[in-house]
Design a binder for this molecule. Structure first.
Ligand SMILES: [Mg+2]
Length: 250
């Protein structure tokens, strides 16, 4: 049985709107017996919230264990150690990490700083983080996406804050998102052999696919890419255009 990993934002939907032909395409893929992993850098929603959104939009049952987000990668990496962790991000994110049995603490008490996304950035908090990292504190980010697509256009993502810290300190912050080694290692460690990767971003989806030696499909239904689109094996307009390739070669 073939395994595919598809991106969500900009590939299956934009904001609350399903992209044309996605539901029909997925049904066709499922009927071929192809296994689908739903891979996303979205960290402002929990995997079960993403499952609910997918089920609402698609009117299909989705197995939550097939939804792989940076939070899943985080849990996989740190579930055995009770860390003191400072979270730059939403209250929702803090709640989720607390439920993983981590101590969510102040910056001063933290062993690890985790950068997520906030609706409104807080510059003094960012400056404090920069100071703490320069003094040797560990830092990780959920993803490095500079933007993400919505039906109202692109919005600033996690990556904007990550880049401020990286530029200020001339460091590269390890990411738990697609493009990072932690994300592709999850698939390798769990012996999930992904044959095809579909996504709208070269800097995340296509690099993730290349890390797994999968065949990569770049769709143009999402964001504008700043990296070379020729890094993808095949370029198409949208998810439903990919379906014939998958069902032929599975
Ligand atoms: Mg995307």
């Amino acid at each position: 049985m073939s395994i595919i990993a598809t991106d969500l934002d900009g590939t299956l939907f934009k904001g609350q709107t399903l992209i044309d032909g996605v539901r029909e395409g997925l049904i066709e893929i499922i009927n071929e017996g192809i296994e689908i992993y739903y891979t996303t850098n979205n960290s402002s929603q929990t995997p079960s919230e993403i499952k609910n959104k997918l089920e609402d939009l698609l009117q299909l049952n989705i197995d939550v264990s097939k939804i792989i987000t940076p939070l899943v990668i985080f849990q996989n990496l740190y579930s055995d150690n009770k860390l003191n962790i400072f979270i730059y991000g939403s209250d929702n994110l803090k709640k989720y990490i607390k439920n993983m049995n981590m101590n969510v603490t102040s910056l001063e008490q933290a062993d690890l700083i985790l950068i997520g996304r906030k609706e409104e950035n807080n510059n003094s908090e960012i400056n404090e983080i920069i100071k703490n990292v320069s003094l040797g504190k560990n830092i990780l980010c959920l993803n490095k996406d500079l933007t993400f697509p919505t039906e109202f256009g692109e919005k600033a993502g996690n990556g904007a804050v990550v880049k401020i810290i990286e530029d200020e300190l001339s460091i590269s912050i390890p990411t738990l998102g697609k493009s990072g080694n932690h994300y592709s290692s999850y698939f390798i460690q769990n012996k999930i052999t992904v044959k095809f990767v579909i996504g709208d971003r070269v800097d995340t989806d296509i690099i993730f696919g290349n890390n797994l030696n999968a065949k990569t499909f770049l769709v143009s239904s999402g964001i504008k890419n700043y990296l070379d689109v020729n890094m993808a094996d095949i370029q198409l307009n949208k998810f439903s255009d990919v379906v014939p390739f998958l069902t032929e070669q599975s």
